[in-house]
Design a protein around this ligand. Structure first.
Ligand code: 8DG
Ligand code: MG
Ligand code: MG
Length: 144
């Protein structure tokens, strides 16, 4: 059997908004290691974008979300891992179902910990696809 040729994958990435802040965690990964990134992960077979965002943020932080909306799609190539990877990125936003719920670091092998960061003073370095979106003027709070 020949090895499967590489194929694009679908990633679902969430801007979880609270007041003027977004939830970010520092990645532990061969791709984007030590950079600040959004919660998210891979779309599973048969899953909606909204269900995937809710599942990934629950698995990674324990948080429950509401008002889930798709904002944008990007197409990104990553060259920094052992093998190149290609992602179709679905960007969503949501708010906390319960504003008093606190994030937990449920996958400490993949993240140093989650916290809220004000949009106007985000930590650096950001994971580069996120930095690229910001450079392009993307603003998750202002989209109607
Ligand atoms: P899974 O096994 O739980 O499905 O996947 P994961 O381990 O949670 O995957 P991930 O690396 O968190 O997300 C999948 C891909 O999404 C990642 O390799 C690259 C892409 N991605 C971006 N920007 C961001 C971002 O800000 N956060 C996250 N988590 N992924 C992002 O391009
Ligand atoms: Mg995940
Ligand atoms: Mg993830």
């Amino acid at each position: 059997n020949a090895a499967k040729p590489p194929a694009p994958r679908v990633a679902v990435v969430l801007f979880l908004l609270k007041d003027e802040s977004v939830l970010l965690g520092r990645r532990r990964s061969s791709v984007g290691d030590s950079t600040f990134a959004l919660p998210g992960g891979h779309l599973e077979f048969g899953e909606s974008f909204e269900a995937c965002a809710a599942r990934e943020v629950k698995e990674e932080t324990g948080l429950d979300i509401d008002n889930i909306e798709v904002l944008k799609v990007t197409n990104d190539l990553f060259h920094e891992g052992a093998e190149p990877s290609h992602y179709i990125m679905i960007l969503l936003r949501a708010v906390l179902a319960n504003p008093n719920q606190l994030p937990e670091n449920l996958e400490p092998d993949k993240c140093d910990g989650w916290d809220w960061y004000e949009w106007d003073s985000l930590p650096r370095p950001l994971f580069w696809p996120l930095e690229k979106l910001l450079q392009d003027g993307f603003h998750p709070f202002l989209i109607v």
